[in-house]
Write a protein that binds this ligand. Structure first.
Ligand SMILES: [Zn+2]
Ligand SMILES: [Zn+2]
Length: 87
């Protein structure tokens, strides 16, 4: 890979993950604010990890998922589908 990008390390095998798909648009095309992610894959364990493609990232204090600051936590959003909780 000759392209410059931030090295993403696999948290499981501490190996550098390779960029599979850059700026993949998540969600429906009807959504105004689409969530773009870079999809990285670990060549060792084949795990994939998503990183928000643009600028500001925050780490969810609840589940530790990294997501865009303008977007809700995907994991917690899914959890919220099962539990009617605080907003
Ligand atoms: Zn791995
Ligand atoms: Zn979360």
């Amino acid at each position: 890979m000759m392209e410059k990008y931030e090295a993403k390390m696999c948290p499981h095998c501490e190996q550098e993950m390779v960029l599979e798909v850059a700026s993949y648009p998540m969600g429906s095309a009807l959504m105004k604010n689409r969530f773009h992610v870079d999809i990285y894959r670990c060549p060792s364990c084949q795990r994939v990890k998503l990183f928000a493609a643009k600028s500001q990232l925050v780490t969810c204090p609840v589940c530790g998922t990294t997501h865009h600051i303008n977007e809700g936590c995907i994991v917690c959003a899914l959890n919220g589908a099962y539990t009617t909780d605080k907003r």
